[in-house]
Design a binder for this molecule. Sequence first.
Ligand SMILES: [Zn+2]
Length: 159
Amino acid sequence: MNTGITKKLKLSTEREKALKSFQKARKLQDANDLGYVKCISCGAIIHVSEADGGHFIPRQFKATELEPSNVNAQCRKCNRFEAGNQIGYRKGLIEKYGEAEEKRLENLHDAARGSEEAYNSLPEEDKALIYSKRTAQYYHSEYLKWNKVCNQLAERERI
Ligand SMILES: [Zn+2]
């Protein structure tokens, strides 16, 4: 319904909201029926309430910021005190998604940092991730989408 009032969305606020709910949704998606997750980096089994949604490629890179394989449940020790435990993360990522997906994320990262070789190796739909202009409206709809996932999964947790 058009109320005639268009709320002006602020890009940085909407991006933050989208990334936050995405991170939360990703760790909830990793949880088993009892609410436990396995740290992607060290394999520790912890309750989802004590886990972070940890990034493989840092979140400042927009090309991978909302890629599901790039954000996984991680223990706080690895995420906060061991700088993401990147060696373990890479290993865990390959185990979980396969080498091709790990390579894809690396290529997106390198392409975002200006590597022409990495860019050229990307399929067309991934090339769009490098240059697409992300608007406040885009982030707002991502926020709504991932927030809905969070609510559905949080409900399951209570059963
Ligand atoms: Zn860990």
